[in-house]
Design a protein around this ligand. Sequence first.
Ligand SMILES: *Cc1c(COP(=O)(O)O)cnc(C)c1O
Length: 425
Amino acid sequence: MTMTFSADEDFALQLDRDDPLHHLRDKFHLPLGGDGKPVIYFAGNSLGLMPKSARQIVDGELDNWAKLGVDAHHATGTPWYWYHEALREPTARFVGALSLEVICMNSLTVNLHLMMATFYRPTKSRSKVLMEEPAFPSDTYAIKTQLIHHGLDPKDALVLAHPRKGEFTVRTEDILDLIDEHADHLAVMIMGAVNFFTGQLVDIEKITAAAQKHGIVVGFDLAHAAGNVPLSLHEWNVDFAVWCSYKYLNAGPGAVAGAFVHERHATNTKLPRLAGWFGNDPNTRFRLHLEPEFVPVPSADGWQISNPPIFSMAPLRASLSIFHEADGMEPLRAKSVKLTGYLEFLIEQIGSKKFSLITPADPSARGAQLSIQAHEHPTQVHEQLIAAGVKCDFREPNVIRVAPTPLYNTFHEVWRFAQILAQHQ
Ligand SMILES: *Cc1c(COP(=O)(O)O)cnc(C)c1O
């Protein structure tokens, strides 16, 4: 897809007038700057903005608690006991899964550990784990401690796919070569679908097929992919995936996370797992002390441990209904590709002496985020952006991450951002 952009302000304004999703911005609270005007919020890759409808939905659950006490588990419109059911269908849609393959529970890193407990069963010959570098630290800590938990040394058992010298993103061919090289010794590979630092979107389908050919179990961390790029986990045959819902999914700080377990595993009640009562067959769950044998639900629910955290789930309902109004990921992705492409175009206009991008130029190899390398006085650039009312983040030594999100950002904000960036001396 080639798009012709213009650096004229009128052009940006026209793109906003032509944007069929423009009205969705009104559904979010926009943080205000010192001048009382909304900041340019490009930090949706860290914490998505609050849907206005979240307050009402959380208030509703507080009211249910106040009025009904324990009876709210069964008595309300969305009974607490079954609350995760209200999230199931919309969740399955945005990751491209069957409804029995997804469950909203816990937080991301916890879910990663739970999935590893099932899928990482090292043997003498197959004990290695492949992951990317740099990975988000929590994933690195989780995987390293998984290895140590099994009595292995990460120095021997961890295989890292990293960018070549002088490059920033990992080449697919290098990942495939590593898989081939360690084919007989790899038990699991786990990779960020969209890298938190570079914004690179990897070829999930290709990598999954290549690893599975050798009997390697394949998991993806979708923290930066969920709600950002279209996914087809079931069709791509991914074994498992985990994600959080406070980034592009706008469900609020520490909101309930999600997990995907492919149908062929989800229905296998023989798989070992770390269990709790909510993974048990609901028909016998409440027999409590009478049921010492764990009988897993034959779906992703079989990995659920505790009763659903209502107050960290309620805002996700608000957000998912906005995704529904947007008509799902396809229209959002179409706008996102344009929004990010426009930002790229405007940054390139400023010139590569000052700024260059470490995010892939190919729209199919990235999501909303661009990671900008600032070549001159990077910390000052970031400070100037903040002072001018831009919310974005800075990663040492010189990378500014910006994520214009199609649900609430505008083309004119992208244009204004580029103006501010261009003013930097
Ligand atoms: C945001 C993020 C996390 C955060 O983990 P939590 O368990 O939700 O605190 C972990 N991994 C990746 C790749 C992330 O982007």
